[in-house]
Design a protein around this ligand. Structure first.
Ligand code: NDP
Length: 330
């Protein structure tokens, strides 16, 4: 018989959403064939939208938010996992329509889980989290396009945020010269420490874009969308590629076809939520291989379940630096 456990629960009444720390029991868990003692979760941009209610991320109530977690299997009827296995979960609607990671216990479909890669702790896995895994998918996208360090500079937007920080680390480790775009030029030292060779002010990318600008970037990872992405596209070198994964600036994309038809630029969409197991395993294995764990530790802050309740607004406002690990037993 499972003891009661703590979790953040989002409920809705009179069209108003409310998030609070609650005590739950086994009957509150949703269906799944693997039960996990959650060791860590993280705060992602989407979790900020969910906790604050700024966007309709949570589509079932009451719901435990948290789009990712890592931990130890405590019960399993799934052939891939047995008690004691260390696992990672991200995506598949967890924290949106299925109870998520801001909890001490999670129960999910084993098909959604990835085995923790060798050399990585459950804490490191959530130091990476959905944001870092999305950064890895973006870098793999650029590599699959054929991009190599000799092709030229790679631009990373939203650089001091979660996806941006990890993308810089991964690209610098592979020998790329990385140029970081940030709204927080006061974070220049931080960005250089994670691997940026140059730091640009976000303002340079905020005006409406011209169809084509000077060719500057061989590749780019964009977390912003909006005018930021439009400006990045207009500055791509001939044949370059942008991996677009976010909307921190805007959901809109006010651009023209000029970069595509005159410079052969490729715009690749990156989705972390429904990626298949092969893609996930490839990304997590590369993360375990490429990430400098000391640098990863240096960009992480650890908070409790109670703390995370107050951080939703901060991450949407772009005030969180690097990655925020949530320790549910702290
Ligand atoms: P963070 O909040 O950690 O980082 C976002 C960063 O974007 C901020 O830190 C800030 O960086 C920058 N930013 C904020 N506002 C603006 C603006 N108006 N214009 C340009 N840049 C801005 O979030 P994450 O890194 O976790 O997520 C980044 C984006 O990626 C989000 O939109 C998120 O929804 C998306 N995402 C998508 C996934 C997918 O599957 N496609 C998965 C994970 C995330 P700075 O201060 O350095 O400018």
């Amino acid at each position: 018989m499972m003891k009661s456990f703590q979790a953040i629960v989002i409920s809705k009444s009179d069209d108003k959403q409310r998030a609070e720390l609650s005590t739950l029991s086994e009957e509150d868990l949703m269906d799944g064939d693997v039960t996990v003692a959650i060791e860590y979760s993280t705060l992602n941009y989407k979790d900020g939208l969910a906790i604050s209610g700024a966007a309709p991320i949570v589509r079932r109530f009451p719901l435990i938010p948290g789009i990712d977690f890592s931990g130890s299997v405590i019960e399993s009827t799934n052939g891939r996992f047995t008690k004691g296995d260390k696992v990672i979960l991200n995506g598949f609607g967890v924290g949106e329509v299925h109870h998520g990671g801001f909890s001490q216990i999670g129960r999910v479909k084993g098909d959604w889980l990835v085995a923790l890669p060798g050399g990585m702790s459950t804490r490191h896995a959530m130091g990476v989290g959905t944001a870092g895994y999305t950064a890895m998918l973006s870098v793999l996208g650029l590599e699959d396009h054929g991009l190599r360090p000799a092709d030229g500079d790679i631009l990373v937007t939203g650089a001091a945020g979660g996806v941006g920080s990890v993308a810089i680390m991964l690209l610098a480790k592979r020998g790329y010269r990385v140029v970081a775009v940030t709204g927080r030029v006061s974070e220049t030292e931080y960005l250089r420490n994670v691997g940026a060779s140059e730091v640009l002010d976000r303002q340079e990318f905020s005006d409406p874009a011209r169809p084509l600008g000077k060719e500057r970037w061989a590749g780019a990872v964009d977390v912003a969308g909006g005018n930021t992405l439009a400006n990045v596209l207009s500055q791509m070198k001939y044949g370059g590629m942008v991996a677009a994964c976010g909307l921190a600036d805007s959901m809109k994309l006010p651009t023209s076809v000029a970069p595509f038809i005159l410079r052969g630029v490729t715009l690749k969409g990156i989705d972390s939520v429904m990626a298949d197991l092969k893609t996930r395993t490839r990304a997590w294995d590369r993360l375990a291989q490429d990430l400098d764990l000391e640098t990863l530790d240096s960009i992480c802050t650890e908070v409790s379940l109670q703390d995370v309740l107050g951080l939703g607004e901060s991450i949407i406002a772009g005030k969180i630096r690097g990655r925020t690990i949530v320790n549910p037993v702290a």
